[in-house]
Design a protein around this ligand. Structure first.
Ligand SMILES: Nc1ncnc2c1ncn2[C@@H]1O[C@H](COP(=O)(O)OP(=O)(O)OP(=O)(O)O)[C@@H](O)[C@H]1O
Ligand SMILES: C[C@@](O)(CCOP(=O)(O)OP(=O)(O)O)CC(=O)O
Length: 389
């Protein structure tokens, strides 16, 4: 008798924002990077992907619905993830013939991001991490998150880091097949739980130059880039890991800001130049630099990915002051409903805050968080189709 059962597994996965940036590939098919990178996983209370993976002998084709829309999954990224996960399941089935042959069934994946897709908010990272984790759970694979990171990396490089919570390094590796290009946990969220992040959304519109094409152009044309990849980042990785282990925020902040600026410098050094930051982003940099100046120490750190949004890291103990200053420009912006903030210090040059008033459309106040979480709520109905809301 044909097995008509619909097997399902659901997970949520977080976004991560790098403090040492991945920028440049040595292998574009496998997403093998030219340098190691390091990120902070952000709390799923605020930003998360929810994905259900299902499979059944009755399904006719592999499908992926993202936010209710059927996606094209014929591309190499999705194909690689499906192929690799199926082959791990097939190995289990070969070892234990009593297992249902899930590796031969078609997959229906349904996913929802609770934030804008492709707006530089790391949707591809959370999206591919959730996809890989959900299918791995569906297949009951024994592989640990580091082993699964090899697969998520092929979906999107930064996705490999979203398989862990807390503070996560992606080691570039050396092997041609990428088997040593993997994510590892540097410290869990509980090691340094008071790390906060304010995301200043400058524009939730789709970005101009994708990370994938931007980094390829940088590798091909920037003369600054080899120095960054070979000299600057390896040194910074060591220093950053030490700063995180020692919970040394000043060093963490210094390295974070320097590395963001280094990454955007190699973008500017690309031909034709790539501009991800705009005038509002630059205003956010000045706001943080001024805050650190009047504080006499680094209490906040900005970083920007391949888009204009600012992510500002700070510690909980400094929240009243950091948000007190930001309030001067962001009080009326959706998401910035905070109380108990400190007054802006007298010597603070508040003119730096002006461009934020019109330029920021939304604020997300969040912090370090956990890795993927297995959940019961399924996005696939009993008929194997996506549940209509
Ligand atoms: N929940 C999801 N499930 C599967 N794939 C997803 C999901 N969310 C996003 N993606 C994939 O990621 C793509 C968006 O990635 P892209 O790199 O353009 O934007 P981003 O991740 O928001 O930005 P960045 O990586 O620069 O921070 C989508 O087109 C889709 O292919
Ligand atoms: C600037 C970054 O956010 C770049 C992220 O690039 P992606 O991981 O989106 O690129 P692909 O591997 O081509 O999918 C820096 C980072 O997250 O480390």
């Amino acid at each position: 008798m044909v097995d008509q059962k619909i097997y399902t597994a659901s997970t949520t996965a977080p976004v991560n924002i790098a403090v040492i940036k991945y920028w440049g590939k040595r292998d574009t098919a496998l997403n093998l990077p030219t340098n190691s990178s390091l990120s902070v996983t952000l709390s799923q209370k605020d930003l998360r992907t929810h994905t259900t993976a299902s499979c059944s002998a009755s399904f006719e084709s592999d499908t992926l619905h993202l936010n209710g829309e059927l996606q094209n999954i014929s591309g190499p990224r999705q194909t690689a993830c499906f192929r690799e996960l199926r082959s791990l399941r097939a190995a289990l089935e070969a070892a234990d013939p009593s297992l249902p042959k899930l590796s031969t069934y078609k997959l229906h994946i349904v996913s929802e991001n609770n934030f804008p897709t492709a707006a530089g908010l790391a949707s591809s990272a959370a999206g591919f991490a959730a996809l890989v984790r959900a299918i791995a759970d569906l297949y009951e694979l024994p592989q640990n998150p580091t082993e699964l990171s090899r697969i998520a990396r092929q979906g999107s490089g930064s996705a490999c880091r979203s398989l862990f919570g807390g503070y996560v390094a992606w080691e570039q590796g050396e092997k041609i097949d990428g088997s040593d290009s993997l994510a590892v946990e540097i410290a869990p969220a509980s090691h340094w739980p008071d790390m906060k992040a304010a995301i200043l959304v400058v524009s939730a519109a789709k970005k101009g130059v994708s990370s994938t094409s931007g980094m390829q152009a940088t590798v091909a044309t920037s003369s600054l880039f080899p120095h960054r990849a070979r000299v600057v980042v390896p040194q910074r990785m060591e220093e950053m890991i030490k700063a995180i282990k020692e919970r040394d925020f000043e060093t963490f902040a210094d390295l974070t800001m320097k590395d963001s600026n280094s990454f955007h410098s190699v973008c500017l050094d690309t031909s034709p130049p790539i501009f991800y930051m705009n005038d509002v982003s630059k205003a956010a940099i000045r706001v943080v630099e001024e805050l650190n100046r009047v504080s006499g120490r680094k209490i906040a750190a900005y970083t920007f990915d391949a888009g204009p949004n600012a992510v500002i890291y700070y510690l909980e103990k400094d929240e009243a002051l950091v948000l007190g200053v930001l309030k001067g420009g962001l009080e009326h912006v959706p998401g910035f409903a905070v109380s108990g903030t400190a007054a802006i210090p007298e010597e603070y040059d508040a003119s730096f805050l002006e461009p934020l008033k019109e330029g920021i459309t939304r604020v997300i106040l969040t912090g370090v968080g956990e890795g993927p979480i297995s959940v019961k709520e399924s996005l696939v109905g009993e008929d194997g189709l996506l549940l209509k809301k």
